[in-house]
Design a protein. Structure first.
Length: 195
């Protein structure tokens, strides 16, 4: 997995100069979906915190040149705590802001209006654990990476509908002295508009 991520990032970095020189199309995108936050390992204790299915919203601006897309993305993720090995107040939840630089490789199939893609990204995630609506929050900002794949469906000259999967993995965050894992599997649907 690490070799695949590294290969995608190197390929994306090598194409930056050519994308900058070539004629590129700017785009904006908005997506949302279901976030399945993995059970958290806390200080080596596997599955110590378990979560309900959550939701996420992503917004991005980017450039597309032929098969390559580069974008800056901001996302918001939220999952309620289902159960825990620790004392947890009802309504406890984890929320996370992600700030990612993503690279995509599109396989354009113009004759059928479909465009499968693979992607990878690097950035940061700012996560907050809150004990109920009024509890004191604990926050941490960590390095994060993600990989994914999906399908773009052309619905108009400048509009694509994106359906995809992403695996987002921040580094273990430290909350009140405890190290907590916060990786998630995300299933998204969105709209991309090219100018």
């Amino acid at each position: 997995m690490k070799k695949l991520i590294l290969s995608l990032l190197i390929a994306g970095a090598c194409t930056v100069p050519s994308v900058a020189r070539a004629e590129s199309n700017a785009y904006v995108s908005l997506s949302g979906g279901v976030g399945l936050l993995n059970n958290s390992t806390v200080d080596g204790n596997d599955d110590a915190i378990r979560y309900d299915t959550g939701y996420l919203i992503n917004g991005a601006i980017g450039l597309k040149n032929e098969a390559v897309r580069l974008e800056a993305e901001v996302g918001y993720h939220r999952n309620r705590v289902d159960s825990s090995d620790y004392s947890v107040v009802r309504g406890a939840h984890v929320s996370m802001w992600s700030y990612m630089a993503n690279g995509y490789y599109d396989i354009d199939m113009d004759n059928v209006g479909l465009s499968p893609y693979i992607m990878a990204g690097l950035g940061a995630a700012h996560a907050t654990i809150r004990e109920g609506n009024w509890g004191s929050p604990s926050s941490a900002t960590e390095f994060a990476w993600q990989v994914g794949a999906g399908l773009g469906i052309k619905t108009a000259d400048n509009v694509m509908v994106d359906i995809g999967y992403r695996y987002l993995s921040p580094s273990d965050a430290t909350f009140d002295g405890a190290k907590v894992s916060l990786a998630s599997s995300n299933f998204i649907v969105g709209i991309r508009y090219s100018f």
